[in-house]
Design a protein around this ligand. Sequence first.
Ligand code: ATP
Ligand code: MG
Length: 252
Amino acid sequence: MARRVSRRKMPDRDDFRVKERWKIEEGVFDRKTMMNIEKVFTHGIVSEITHIISRGKEADVYLAKAGDKVVDEYVVLKIFNQENTSFRKRVEYVKGDPRFDGVKADIRSIIKIWCRKEYGNLKIAKEAQVSVPEPYYFNGNVLAMQLIGDDGKPAPILRDIGIDNPEEVLDEVIENMKRLYQAGLVHGDISEYNILIKDGIPFIIDIGQGVSLGHPKANEFLERDVKNILYYFRKRYGIDKELQNIILKIKD
Ligand SMILES: Nc1ncnc2c1ncn2[C@@H]1O[C@H](COP(=O)(O)OP(=O)(O)OP(=O)(O)O)[C@@H](O)[C@H]1O
Ligand SMILES: [Mg+2]
């Protein structure tokens, strides 16, 4: 019986295609994730998955070659980990957001919402001219987006490099936060880990926890974001900026 159910969910030939295209070993992904990955192939988003870029707390990130529906040469796939227990703590980000009233709160549903939320937040950010990766597609726990980097090489995170234009980068990060806020969103996890530097320009990533301004903790999250980024630039580059001034600037 179990076999019949799983067969209906995912025919053997699809299973085979995913494995062939991506020489993955049995058991790396559950069947549902395999099905979701298969869709990025059939939708022309990805033609080949090449290697893993990052194994994270909530998701693994892979580099892929683009399919014929994507103009760029590469695509980044963020695959949210179904087993991940850290999502239990994430419930409050979803529950307080009016966009997600009345949703189920089990881990699998939360992960699906999280992925859809990251896609939706990236769309809003992109439209508001915030420097973020362009979102291409999402399905279940799989999100496809633009690679921030050169020739298939991801740009480094802010923390891992020394920049020679820190004042400019900080101003640019604040400007991005302002644009995002004016578009009705707060990132909620801004830090030196979630900013990539490409050609001296900051790009903001990892926006799944971003909340709309209707969220009861939106202001708290904004203040925490500004605090984190100011702390980093003060500690590493000796740049002093006043917290409340920056918050007012963002909200203005
Ligand atoms: N669009 C992108 N272009 C280039 N690199 C990316 C992109 N998205 C993610 N990465 C890389 O993958 C890493 C993890 O991505 P992200 O922060 O979105 O996931 P995460 O699950 O929060 O990971 P972590 O737990 O490590 O914070 C990033 O630090 C970055 O190096
Ligand atoms: Mg991250």
